[in-house]
Design a protein around this ligand. Structure first.
Ligand code: AMP
Length: 434
């Protein structure tokens, strides 16, 4: 139980967060973490969560969404007269996330925010790929906040290790993904086990219309918060065009030339991770891979090593696209374009987080042109098609047209290349700016 001294709201730890009426142990912790003021999503979400409202919140990835739901939940738990409510195998606040790494990251953030509650609030993370026994033990006596991936949570429910009958608050982090086809059955099974009367909070960077339609049955008179704003973003998006077959050469040129300390490269298939890593190795660049076929131990180790800067180049599938918080990640590169336009935003949102300057590069050849146009339309952006000296392409629109009409494009290095009408930009100059 949190003592009255600890919930003294008059202490002056942090003025801005104080306006949100958070308890003293949270204010103290936020001050230590140098959170000088709430982010816009926190400013809007926290009072509404504290007031018990349902929420559907769309805000740029990296905008502080975790604290936007974690702080008011911790605050409410701290103020409960009887202290935390965990008992038997029950859980009072459930956060569902789509990936194992996100489960751990969100739980770690919550534990960090709760550092001054002296263990009075119990947060547990459960996710697949690791021993279930340890998680069963952790759940004994219940938990105040459980952060879970749906599959492992169902396994634990089936083993009677946890019960959802007392869930007061349900948070769907990366809600669009949680409501997508891949999770439909699992989510439906879990919802049936929770009481109908509960507070539901949906957070995501993107909310496609068809996903929004699915939320009607989940939410009760929700407050809608929409904060995406391209102007506010500190992330620079760039698009490089290159001839087919030249992507790896351009990529390795950029990596060598710019010596970014950390580079996250996205490809579309697990096998493509290794394939690209091998090709980069031949060019003298060491890269590690991160995908769903790796064991959880290896996944965790690689991610930690990347986060602390021991690995410079990480090649990943979209399992790394969601929510991962890599401090000051300077650059994300789309080597393959994501199949879904929504994933474009999630991927590039790994960089430029929390107000840091970031760079998102997409490298496309003429086969990607139409697909990138779809991404641009979806996100109401339009990027200049840029070229790097030494990697100039033949005329893109022309090639795209040829492809459409089934006319064979001239083989690389043969035939007469048309001079591109697109601006020639020296990558050094613009990359140096970022
Ligand atoms: P999130 O969107 O929750 O993944 O948060 C992105 C990053 O912003 C994390 O590194 C947080 O620690 C950081 N962050 C969240 N809220 C604040 C804040 N109010 N002030 C400074 N940094 C913050």
């Amino acid at each position: 139980m949190i003592s009255n001294a600890n919930i003294d709201k008059n202490s002056q730890h942090n003025d801005s967060f104080q306006t949100l009426k958070l308890v003293s142990p949270l204010l103290k912790r936020l001050s230590e973490m140098q959170y000088t003021q709430p982010t816009p999503i926190q400013m809007q979400a926290i009072p509404n969560v504290l007031a018990g409202r349902d929420i559907i919140a769309g805000a740029n990835t990296g905008s502080g969404k975790t604290a936007a739901f974690a702080l008011p939940i911790l605050n409410t738990l701290a103020l409960q007269a009887t202290g935390h409510k965990s008992s038997a195998n029950f859980v009072s606040h459930l956060v569902l996330v789509p990936t194992r790494e996100l489960a751990k990251q969100v739980a770690d953030s919550i534990k960090s925010y709760a550092a001054h509650f002296n263990g009075a609030i119990k947060t547990v993370a459960v996710f697949g790929g690791v021993s279930i026994n340890t998680q069963m033990q952790a759940l004994r006596g219940g938990s105040d906040i459980l952060v879970a991936t749906p599959g492992r949570l169902l396994d634990l429910i089936n083993s009677n290790a946890v019960k959802l009958d007392n869930v007061n608050t349900l948070v769907l982090d990366e809600a669009d993904r949680m409501l997508s086809l891949g999770f439909t059955d699992e989510l439906a099974s879990l919802l049936k086990l929770m009481p109908p009367q509960k507070q539901t909070l949906l957070f995501s960077a993107t909310f496609p219309e068809q996903v929004k339609a699915l939320t009607k049955d989940l939410l009760n008179d929700p407050v809608e918060i929409q904060l995406q704003s391209a102007e506010q973003s500190t992330l620079v998006q760039r698009l490089f065009t290159v001839d087919k077959g030249q992507k790896t050469a351009l990529l390795s040129h950029l990596i060598k030339q710019h010596q970014w300390q950390q580079i996250l490269i996205f490809v579309n298939a697990k096998s493509a991770c290794k394939h690209l890593a091998d090709k980069l190795a031949k060019r003298g660049i060491n890269a590690e891979v991160f995908h769903g076929d790796k064991g959880q131990g290896a996944r965790t180790r690689v991610l930690e090593a990347f986060k602390v800067g021991e690995i410079q180049v990480l090649i990943a599938t979209d399992i790394a696209a969601r929510g991962l918080d890599i401090d000051k990640l300077p650059v994300v590169i789309n080597f393959d374009l994501p199949r879904s336009p929504a994933d474009y935003m999630h991927r590039i949102g790994r960089s430029g987080r929390a107000g840091e300057v970031g760079l998102a590069l997409s490298i496309i050849d003429f086969e990607d042109v139409q697909h990138f146009k779809v991404i641009e339309k979806k996100h109401k952006i339009q990027l200049e098609r840029e070229q790097v000296n030494g990697f100039e392409t033949t005329d893109f629109e022309q090639l795209a047209l040829q492809a459409k009409n089934n006319i064979t494009a001239p083989a690389q290095g043969t035939g007469k290349k048309k001079r591109s009408k697109q601006p020639q930009i020296n990558a050094d100059i613009w990359l140096g700016k970022v």
